[in-house]
Design a binder for this molecule. Structure first.
Ligand code: GSH
Length: 214
């Protein structure tokens, strides 16, 4: 891990949420850059993110949360990753040139608003575990999102026909977001269609990276 000295406060700890997909995005991002930080595990099932102490840290009651020296707090997975990218620029995961940076942000956002959000809607609106977290839980919305997931997977498959990774010819945060969305399909009781061969080729490559190991 090569840290750039920007005079910016250093991260001191990451509040993590176990198998939940957003904290996992940040953990994979950190592993790619070999960033090691004390990790504080918050058990979502035990509602530890709803306690008074955690709510003071993040009023949104969501994970992950990055704490910095001096007490500043960053939430939102992409904001956390952007901060870490500035402090630990290598390997680059957000793009090097103005065009590449725009393409990475574009693809990351597309995957977040498309595939990731649709899988999350299926999980949050159909899984019995989520009934007390997603209020109101609307089963019809969960069902409707199954079609959206299928559409988004087909879209990514067609895009991956012409390039190696989601945002171009190298691995970026957009791949991490897509990978976590697809992993999240398992607890959401969704299957990746086997006929999407470009997606399968991409999946085999990205899921073999050492950073992806749980
Ligand atoms: N937009 C946030 C989403 C964070 C989020 O929704 N985290 C989930 C875990 S993946 C959470 O904390 N869920 C707790 C709940 O729904 O009560 C980000 O990108 O970090």
């Amino acid at each position: 891990m090569n840290q750039t000295d920007l005079g910016a406060p250093k991260p001191t700890e990451l509040y993590d949420g176990g198998r939940a997909p957003n904290p996992r995005r940040v953990r994979i991002f950190m592993a790619e850059k070999a960033i090691e930080l004390p990790i504080i595990q918050i058990d979502i099932a035990k509602k530890e993110h709803k306690t008074e102490g955690f709510t003071r840290l993040n009023p949104m009651q969501r994970l992950p949360v990055l704490v910095l020296e001096g007490g500043a707090v960053i939430t939102e997975s992409v904001a956390i990753c952007r901060y870490l990218e500035e402090l630990y620029p290598e390997p680059n995961l957000f793009g090097r040139t103005p065009l590449e940076r725009a393409e990475v942000v574009m693809w990351n956002r597309r995957v977040e608003l498309g595939l990731f959000a649709s899988v999350a809607a299926v999980f949050r609106h159909l899984h019995p575990f989520m009934a007390e977290f997603e209020v109101p839980q609307i089963a019809a919305w969960g069902e409707a999102n199954k079609t959206k997931v299928a559409e988004q997977l087909a879209f990514l498959d067609s895009e991956l026909d012409s390039r190696r990774f989601i945002a171009g010819e190298r691995f970026t945060i957009a791949d991490i977001t897509a990978l976590c969305a697809i992993e999240f399909m398992k607890p959401s009781r969704l299957e990746r269609p086997a006929h999407l061969l470009n997606l399968a080729r991409w999946w085999d490559e990205v899921s073999a990276r050492p950073s992806i190991r749980p």
